[in-house]
Design a protein around this ligand. Structure first.
Ligand SMILES: Cc1cc2nc3c(=O)[nH]c(=O)nc-3n(C[C@H](O)[C@H](O)[C@H](O)COP(=O)(O)OP(=O)(O)OC[C@H]3O[C@@H](n4cnc5c(N)ncnc54)[C@H](O)[C@@H]3O)c2cc1C
Ligand code: SF4
Ligand code: SF4
Length: 658
């Protein structure tokens, strides 16, 4: 649907010409200069930039096409189930991703060049929530045969779980070892339940376990079971142990009992041991963990008449636990969050920062801690700060700008490292494990690695790495050498699989068969059904930029934004409900409909309508599928380029005849 003239006047999206232009420029050379160009249209699939920017490599364009109704399931399956199957091919956690992934895909989205990105993760949440509601499972992925090979996965966070999911699909037995009493890693023990609701998390994990994954909880490799034993019992091993150890502030005075680290704080809260916090809390950080600590502290509040044994640090350090049934009246805790970077450059997601401010957290950006001030008993009572500038990632104090913030507790949330106790030989010197591009541990045959312990980042990154590691493990177990990874290493749309799914795959071909017919003629012909004609899949090598699209086709259409229930600073104590409200089906479809389908046909009919030769036709309904919606009759095409010029998605390239 092109922009209406009203829209074009009031909200210009994109125009090929500027006001006052009266020349057609290169069009005069191209159009109707047909006999010289010798080029006719071909159909070229490229990777859209949303997918290129998603660390899990999801076929985002594909599942948006399904939700908006362009790509239909082949056998009458419900749209929601088909969208679930398509989105979970790369990432088995659509509900969790849709809620807490900071969505780098949206930064990459070409629609930013029109008015605003597509709300990708809100549609992903819709897909995930519908799947849980309708109890969709992974039964359709049951492997045809079991390989008889056993893989030990150490760590039951997103990386370990995603690897188990991919490996079960390939028929390998998997055992997940985790030292907690439940699976999920930081999705359960770090991120609070009002961001990753536990029923949602449990539902998405259970679906993976139902594929036949063995689980050993409360089992720490390196302590409860030795590494040698695991190596003996399993054919391959995946390290997915994340980064368990919080980092203290790098100042010598950060040694008071009431100076703790952020992940220990959150773990005590998520295990329901920490019930209240001191009156004044400073959180040093700027990323997701610091925001979670500060927001949890505001929700827990302060109890003024608590005993010394109830000190929060004793709970955080595991010496005691708060009384869950405490009836003491809670008051608001004063929480200050400090960041080396200015507020707008903090690494936490922007909407999390906005919510934190609304909930009454004071954020100070562009400042660094220089000294913990202590009382006579050695407890922290203040943090000396200074303003700072950042040069090449390193902070420099601004002279004469020192000041002090009073406090009863300091929480350092400046990052984590891996805990490699019991297998120190894997430590690369930074508390992490090295990986090659196949996620194999260099020099350690049969050992693979994925997730935060390679590079602390995001859930989606851990899941993307796990998928590649699972492929490498599969190759290793089958004695196949790992090949080059593609330049654009994502879960691509595969037209041949789609044709097989819809029973439209090309017929077999025997070039030796006696008489020459259109079906066994070796010379190119588009009248046979033994090949996919005039289609080129460049998705493994090319991401389609916005200037390959005809953006003028797209009308100004504001994003459908999810509602949120964010408590005010007065309402925040005891507020543990989820804040994000998912899109309705109708709105999810409308939002998916904003996708410009970069690099793939979305059935707009422009080429059919505008071809002056009437050479472009719709494929018969019974033979049509995504990417095969139109065809060109090359006996009629004169190579005028008009179809390529009016194709909004950049799917048509004048290539035939080159
Ligand atoms: C507070 C916090 C908030 C975050 N917020 C977000 C967010 O909003 N969005 C986002 O995308 N990312 C967020 N992240 C980052 C994200 O959680 C991580 O990138 C992701 O969880 C890493 O997954 P993983 O599987 O590698 O490790 P983990 O999630 O850490 O899981 C590893 C598991 O292995 C276990 N383990 C470790 N050693 C052993 C051993 N020797 N034996 C047995 N088990 C072991 C651990 O206890 C743990 O359960 C956040 C992280 C934190 C800490
Ligand atoms: S996992 Fe994150 S980056 Fe990938 S599609 Fe979902 S929201 Fe986007
Ligand atoms: S418009 Fe659609 S296909 Fe293009 S980058 Fe955005 S979400 Fe991806």
């Amino acid at each position: 649907m092109s922009a209406s003239s009203e829209d074009m006047k009031s909200k210009l999206t994109w125009r090929r010409f500027n006001d006052g232009d009266d020349q057609w420029g290169s069009w005069t050379e191209n159009i109707f200069d047909a006999d010289h160009s010798h080029k006719c249209p071909t159909y070229v699939n490229k990777t859209p930039p949303c997918q290129g920017s998603c660390p899990a490599g999801e076929d985002i364009r594909g599942w948006l096409q399904v939700v908006r109704g362009i790509e239909k399931p082949s056998d009458g399956m419900d749209m929601k189930e088909y969208a679930f199957r398509r989105s979970t091919d790369a990432n088995p956690f659509p509900s969790i991703m849709g809620r807490v992934c900071p969505a780098p895909c949206e930064d990459g989205c070409n629609r930013n060049e029109v008015e605003d990105h597509v709300g990708i993760n809100s549609v992903e949440q819709f897909i995930g929530d519908s799947a849980l509601e309708n109890k969709y499972d992974f039964a359709h992925l049951k492997p045809a045969t079991e390989s008889g090979k056993k893989v030990a996965i150490i760590g039951g966070g997103p990386a370990g779980l995603a690897a188990a999911y991919q490996l079960r699909r390939k028929g390998h037995s998997c055992t997940l070892f985790d030292d907690h009493s439940a699976l999920g890693g930081w999705m359960r023990y770090g991120i609070p339940g009002y961001r990753t609701p536990r029923d949602v998390l449990d539902g998405e994990i259970q679906r993976i376990l139902d594929m036949g994954v063995e689980v050993k909880l409360n089992t720490r490799i390196g302590k409860d079971i030795s590494l040698e034993q695991v190596e003996k019992d399993y054919d391959a091993l995946l390290w997915a142990i994340g980064t368990k150890s919080g980092k203290g502030l790098p100042i010598p005075t950060f040694d008071a009992p009431n100076c703790v680290d952020g992940v220990a704080f959150l773990e005590a809260f998520n295990e329901k041991k920490l019930q209240h916090v001191p009156r004044k809390l400073i959180v040093v950080g700027g990323g997701d963990t610091s925001i979670d600590v500060a927001s949890v502290a505001r929700r827990l509040g302060h109890v003024s008449d608590s005993h010394d044994k109830d000190n929060a640090e004793n709970v955080i350090l595991g010496f005691t636990a708060h009384d869950v049934a405490t009836s003491a009246k809670k008051e608001g805790a004063e929480v200050v969050l400090t960041s080396l970077f200015p507020i707008e450059e903090m690494t936490a997601a922007e909407h999390e920062v906005d919510d934190a401010k609304r909930e009454g957290i004071e954020i100070q950006g562009g400042v660094m801690p220089i000294e913990v001030l202590k009382d006579d008993e050695g407890r922290a009572i203040g943090l000396k700060m200074t303003k700072c500038t950042i040069d090449k990632g390193r902070p420099t104090a601004v002279e004469g700008s020192e000041y002090t913030i009073d406090c009863d507790m300091i929480v350092s949330a400046i990052g984590q490292t891996g805990d490699l106790t019991g297998f120190e030989e894997l430590d690369n010197g930074r508390g992490l494990i090295d990986a090659d591009k196949h996620y194999q541990v260099p020099g350690k045959e049969g050992h693979f690695v994925a997730g935060d312990v390679v590079r602390p980042h995001l859930l989606t990154t851990a899941i993307g790495q796990a998928s590649i590691a699972a492929e490498s493990i599969d190759h290793y177990l089958n004695g196949i050498n790992n090949k080059h990874r593609p330049k654009v290493d994502v879960h691509h749309y595969n037209l041949m699989s789609k044709l097989v799914e819809t029973s439209l795959e090309p017929t077999s071909f025997d070039s030796q068969k006696g008489e020459v017919t259109p079906e066994n003629d070796l010379r190119g012909t588009d009248s046979s059904s033994r090949a996919i004609h005039n289609y080129e899949d460049r998705s493994a090598n090319e991401v389609i930029p916005h200037d390959d699209l005809f953006l003028g086709h797209y009308a100004f259409e504001p994003r459908n934004i999810r509602d949120e229930k964010v408590p005010s600073s007065e309402e925040v104590i005891g507020h543990f409900e989820e804040r994000v409200i998912g899109l309705s089906e109708e709105t999810a479809k409308a939002e998916a409909g904003r996708c410009m389908s970069c690099g793939m046909c979305f059935e707009c009919d422009n080429c059919v309508i505008y071809c002056p030769q009437d050479a472009v036709h719709r494929t018969k309904k019974t033979e049509s599928t995504l990417g095969r919606y139109v065809y060109t009759d090359y006996n009629i095409c004169v190579g005028c380029h008009i179809c390529a010029d009016v194709c909004p998605t950049g799917y048509i390239k004048m290539g035939m005849g080159e």
